[in-house]
Design a protein around this ligand. Structure first.
Ligand code: 4AD
Length: 476
């Protein structure tokens, strides 16, 4: 007798005795068990003969219970499935309490499910989202592997806080109530575990650059941490970032790589995760129906994904973007929260979304930003005021990728660090790359959860990571 998952069983054509384990989604009419094991969105229908089954056992077949079923795979008499199981034996592996089990067979709000995140993948929406998350993560590794990149594990604990990508979380083993102090009363980090002040990393980029300058093409894909107090639907304090870094590649090459990569991972799920995408597509259509006409999206989820894979991303310089924004209706009518007045303004998410969703109506790559709103390591352009930075903006998401060509000239980099008060001692190894065989190189960072949001149509980043870490929240 063969053991199956629901996914393999539903594809089985040989009618035979089978064995399967899973969780009861529903039990109707003392007869029909809808069984799910996470391998697919679909349940397998298992038909119990209640006349031949002990009553005490029947009572224990409740929503949420874990069961092992043996039976005959037969063609289904009912609608909605090709095959079903005529149960010959049902064993309760783990009882559930129908009074208190939170995941009832009805619609739950996402807020409620966030509070029950340990059980929310027993719903169709979250199991579909997390299967897609897994597939996207595989597609990321596949893309880089197929294209000659090496996977590099950059450190999670870092001794430098120079990147400046965000506020950091301190890592310390010092007694918090009574820390050792230096003569001038400051905390004495020489007594700390690493002999210095350390933090959780905000990005693996600087270390990835060191490997790009020896292995050529590398990428990292790991957790990153930012202690900003931004309680928005697009920010997490702990998120996963993908950061490729490539030697001898300039900004144009970086844009080509990022576009090709984004298209490739989205194509992968379009091809391999049809069932889950179709379910999420329908979920969004149902949601759209109750919205006012003006707020409805023109494209369905799958159409949006195809739109990205089939069209070129629009490449626009920061300067052009500022002109467009300055002359835009919401700017003139003061509808933006931040009015764009002059060149040099930092773009807010409302501006990014205007460019993508209203003006260009396609993914946009903005490049050549003013130097003073971007990080110290970005390559200064000949104009002396812009840097070779690029951000990719996606509909519904805003900024999804941030990257740049790196400053490879030692003197220019040193000057920039001096202006920003970044001590050379702290980044001596980063400067060494510019001393020994320096070369043009570039890379970017993709926020993985923002990609999962885009691919699933989920609108809150807390719903695309198993256990979100946000201000005032580290449950589970
Ligand atoms: O633009 P960021 O800060 O770039 C870097 O960290 C560079 N070191 C990347 C590089 O060039 N290697 O972050 C990159 C991306 C953003 O575009 C966004 O998608 C995501 O990371 N991101 C966040 N995602 C979730 N929560 C947050 N708090 C995020 N901050 C950035």
């Amino acid at each position: 007798m063969n053991s199956y998952t629901v996914a393999t069983l539903l594809k089985e054509t040989k009618l035979q005795e089978v064995h399967i384990k899973g969780w009861v989604r529903t039990f109707r009419a003392n007869r029909f068990v809808a069984l799910n094991d996470g391998s697919t969105l679909q349940n397998i229908q298992c038909v119990v003969d209640f006349e031949k089954t002990d009553e005490a056992l029947l009572k224990r077949i409740t929503t949420g219970a874990a069961v092992a079923i043996t039976g005959d795979l037969v063609e289904s008499q009912g609608k909605g499935q090709n095959v079903e199981i005529t149960v010959t034996k049902i064993e309760i592996l783990g009882d559930s309490d129908p009074e208190t089990y939170p995941i009832q067979p009805k619609k739950h709000s996402f807020e409620f499910l966030r509070e029950n995140a340990h059980l929310r993948t027993r719903t169709n929406t979250f199991s579909a989202v997390m299967r897609l998350r897994s597939a996207l993560s595989f597609a990321v590794h596949k893309y880089f592997n197929d294209n000659g990149f090496y996977y590099m594990h950059t450190p999670i604990i870092t001794g430098s806080d120079a990147e400046g990508a965000g506020e950091m979380f301190r890592v310390s083993t010092l007694d918090q109530k009574n820390p050792p102090l230096t003569e001038d009363g400051a905390i004495d980090h020489s007594k700390n575990f690493f002999g210095k002040d350390t933090n959780l990393t905000v990005s693996g980029q600087l270390e990835a650059e060191t490997y790009a300058m020896s292995l050529g093409k590398v990428y990292t894909f790991g957790p990153t941490f930012r202690a900003e107090n931004s309680n928005t639907s697009r920010h997490l304090a702990e998120f996963w970032m993908i950061e490729p870094e490539v030697a001898f590649m300039d900004l144009a090459g970086n844009m080509d790589l990022a576009e090709d990569f984004m298209k490739s991972v989205i194509s992968y799920v379009l091809e391999h995760n049809k069932e889950d995408l179709e379910f999420l597509d329908q979920r969004l259509l149902d949601e759209e129906k109750v919205k006012p006409q003006a707020e409805r999206s023109d494209l369905s989820l799958i159409e949006k994904l195809k739109f990205v894979t089939e069209n070129n991303f629009k490449r626009v310089s920061y300067t052009e973007a500022i002109d467009i924004l300055r002359n835009s209706k919401p700017n003139k009518k003061k509808k933006f929260n931040y009015i764009i007045e002059e060149w040099g303004a930092d773009l807010q998410s409302e501006h990014e979304r205007f460019l993508v969703e209203k003006h260009f109506k396609c993914p946009v790559i903005l490049f050549d930003y003013p130097a003073n709103i971007k990080a110290f390591y970005m390559r200064l352009n000949e104009d002396g005021k812009t840097v070779r930075a690029m951000d990719i903006l996606f509909p519904g998401i805003g900024e999804i990728v941030g990257g740049s060509q790196r400053e490879e000239r030692l003197e220019v980099l040193k000057e920039k660090m001096a202006v920003l008060d970044i001590p050379e001692e702290e980044l001596w190894w980063y400067l060494d790359l510019r001393k020994y065989g320096t070369a043009v190189h570039s890379g970017f960072g993709l926020g993985f959860e923002r990609l999962v949001m885009f691919a699933t149509g989920m609108t809150n980043i807390r719903d695309v990571i198993p256990y979100p870490r946000t201000p005032q929240n580290a449950e589970f």
